[in-house]
Design a protein around this ligand. Structure first.
Ligand SMILES: O=C(O)CCC(=O)C(=O)O
Length: 263
């Protein structure tokens, strides 16, 4: 699924960028066949032609507004306007991408021991535009873990140009950790105090591009005005020592992806 030579690309500078900025461009490393296969599979899943027990779905708002999203409705019938599909590790095509050898090298450079995933999901903005995803961080009580993961690997399955709902970041914002113990969406007073609007950097992507994104990095994405779908697949890797702290339901067991090299 990787382009030729990608598995052995030099990581030193990329990892230094990631440590400094909280995000880093890994390269255009997904082959056109891989992005096409993952893109087609997303559509098959959205249209209900391929399904797995336990997939999580969220349909986008017709108004293009994050505040108008509905939660906990799950699959609402065939539509290419879903904004989120989770648990894609259940699908063999996505599983193959999650476990590719380049991602393994990256994950092992950052996480020691056995590596599991917290989540593997699609963030999509359909041709209708999808919705704005506000500034947020991916961690905190909201995530129900005893420690915050630090590595997410984001793959563009379509072009995501500046007006097409690309991801935006505030470089270096991960250094200060979580803004609130809850994590998730960053409250407005923090955005104002840190002049988030003027510090935003757009990271437009081409299909096949991969970015590393630190969980504590302030990031967001806008409405897609390209008239074409903008789909991306992101995976959060973490140590298998990470424990689920939720109390109301049985604690989650996280899917192992890269076993310890010493075994
Ligand atoms: O692709 C997007 O629109 C958002 C990505 C994101 O928030 C993430 O990967 O954590």
């Amino acid at each position: 699924m990787l382009i030729a030579g990608a598995v052995s690309i030099e990581l030193e500078e990329i990892l230094a960028n990631f440590a400094r900025d909280g995000f880093a461009y890994l390269g255009n490393v997904a082959s056109p066949e891989a992005t096409r296969a993952m893109g087609e599979r997303v559509n098959e899943i959205m249209l209900g032609r391929v399904t797995y027990p336990g997939l999580f779905f969220q349909l986008d708002a017709e108004t293009n507004r994050y505040d108008d999203l509905h939660f906990k409705r799950g699959y609402e019938g065939p539509s290419l306007e879903y904004r989120k599909i989770e648990k894609l590790e259940k699908d063999a095509i996505f599983r193959g991408w999650i476990e590719n050898r380049l991602f393994e090298r990256v994950a092992r450079s950052i996480i020691s021991g056995e590596i599991v995933i917290y989540r593997a999901l699609i963030f999509a903005k359909g041709a209708r535009g999808g919705s704005n995803l506000p500034w947020h961080q991916d961690g905190g009580k909201f995530w129900g873990l005893d420690r915050d993961p630090t590595l997410q690997v984001w793959t563009a399955l379509d072009d995501a140009p500046e007006d097409g709902g690309c991801v935006e970041v505030i470089p270096g914002s991960h250094h200060a950790g979580l803004v609130t113990p809850l994590g998730g969406v960053i409250p407005k007073p923090f955005l104002d105090a840190n002049e988030a609007e003027s510090r935003a950097v757009k990271i437009p992507a081409r299909a096949g591009d991969v970015y590393l994104i630190h969980n504590c990095l302030w990031h967001r994405s806008g409405v897609n005005r390209s008239g074409r779908p903008r789909r991306a697949f992101t995976v959060c890797y973490m140590s298998d020592q990470t424990k689920c702290t939720r109390k109301k339901k049985t604690p989650r067991i996280f899917e192992p992806v890269f076993r310890s090299e010493t075994e």
